[in-house]
Design a protein. Structure first.
Length: 350
């Protein structure tokens, strides 16, 4: 029976059954894990809740995100990767270990996995070592680090191994990363700490200024995802928003329109547009001409903001195309690298 099974299955698929290898997108907002042969096995917010003054994890992912801003003194819920830097090494490690455990349970103790981990490109050597250590302590035997834009470009299906320039713009929660890639290498890369979170914050500030109403970041994010747009024209949408009245201190509800949200986002969006322009200015001319032909590819959750591709195209004069499943580009790319490690060795972070 066992022989029959082995013969029926291609060799790699068979070994995948036992493999504990994983590709991880350790994003500032979301952590996504891919396991060869299984696909995406975990997709959770990069949030961890611990008992105060300890690293004892009470919850991670969605459950921990629901706790943000709502915890009693005895619990601390936070986003350890928030700004694209590892604000707290121990918390990042606890979170990573928790997620790896969710995926593999105790199996990892027997089959030591190889991991390819996508991290923000602006990460320092010290932070990078922190991620490597955390992964090893969580059971990884071999850890390979790849910068998010490189993984995103591979995941978006760009021809990164050819002598053709590709530009990827990855707008996440904490960072926006722009990279020009050719021959498995990054020619130019710029990372700024302005992305989805900053857009949420801009909505919070706008509502506070205009309505004397304090709303939470979670509420602002929902507003952004529901009626957020960078287009000043088009049908006007609106939604109810609840918060605390800053004058009377009582709960209050207002109706916010997409025109207002658009106004609140403009300044932050212009920072994102500027970083793309800087990258274009720094692209060698032969590669620039490739970009005219192939355009700019958008990845990351922030790229889902309505009208963004059109605006970037208008501002740069280049075609701008959203990647398929922008939230999954990094993990898909890391997965492709994991399955073809020798081929993509040069594309790993040095
Ligand atoms: P990271 O790689 O930093 O973890 P992600 O690529 O997972 O980030 O993207 C998360 C960001 O995308 C968050 O700021 C979230 O608010 C934003 N986002 C997700 N969906 C949408 C949407 N439909 N419109 C606008 N922003 C979105
Ligand atoms: Mg990302």
């Amino acid at each position: 029976m066992r022989n029959l099974l082995i013969r029926m299955m291609p060799a790699r698929k068979f070994f995948n059954l036992f493999s504990c290898d994983m590709a991880i997108d350790l994003g500032t907002a979301n952590t996504v894990v891919y396991v060869p042969g299984k696909g995406i096995v975990l997709n959770e917010p990069s949030v961890v809740a611990v008992k105060a003054n300890t690293n004892h994890v009470l919850a991670a992912g969605k459950r921990a995100k629901e706790m943000l801003g709502k915890t009693p003194e005895s619990i601390v819920a936070s986003r350890p990767m928030r700004d694209g830097v590892i604000a707290n090494f121990e918390l990042t490690e606890s979170m990573l270990r928790y997620f790896i455990n969710e995926v593999h349970g105790n199996r990892r103790m027997i089959f030591k996995p190889r991991m390819v981990i996508g991290v923000p490109s602006g990460i320092t050597q010290v932070e990078r070592r922190a991620v490597e250590d955390a992964s090893r302590q969580a059971g990884a035997q071999e850890v390979h680090i790849v910068s998010e834009p490189m993984a995103a470009a591979i995941g978006a299906g760009l021809p990164v191994h050819e002598p053709v320039g590709s530009m990827i713009v990855d707008i996440g929660g904490g960072t926006t990363e722009v990279a020009v890639i050719t021959l498995k290498g990054i020619v130019f890369c710029k990372s700024i700490r302005i992305a989805g979170d900053e857009l949420d914050q801009a909505i919070v500030s706008y509502v506070k200024r205009k309505y004397n109403l304090l709303i939470g970041e979670r509420t602002a994010e929902i507003v952004k995802m529901t009626i957020g747009t960078v287009l000043s024209e088009g049908p006007v949408e609106s939604m109810e928003v609840r918060g605390r009245d800053l004058v009377y201190g009582v709960p209050k509800t207002i109706r916010l329109t997409s025109v207002e949200v658009n106004e609140s986002l403009l300044e932050t969006i212009s920072n994102i547009v500027d970083v793309v322009k800087v990258a274009l200015e720094n692209t060698p001319p032969e590669l620039s001409s490739d970009l005219v032909e192939h355009g700019i590819i958008l990845a990351g959750g922030g790229s889902l903001l309505r009208g963004l591709a059109g605006l970037l195209s208008q501002e740069t004069g280049l075609p701008v195309k959203p990647a398929e499943e922008p939230l999954l580009c990094v993990v898909k790319g890391a997965g492709i690298m994991l399955e073809n490690l020798d081929f993509f060795r040069e594309a790993l972070m040095k």
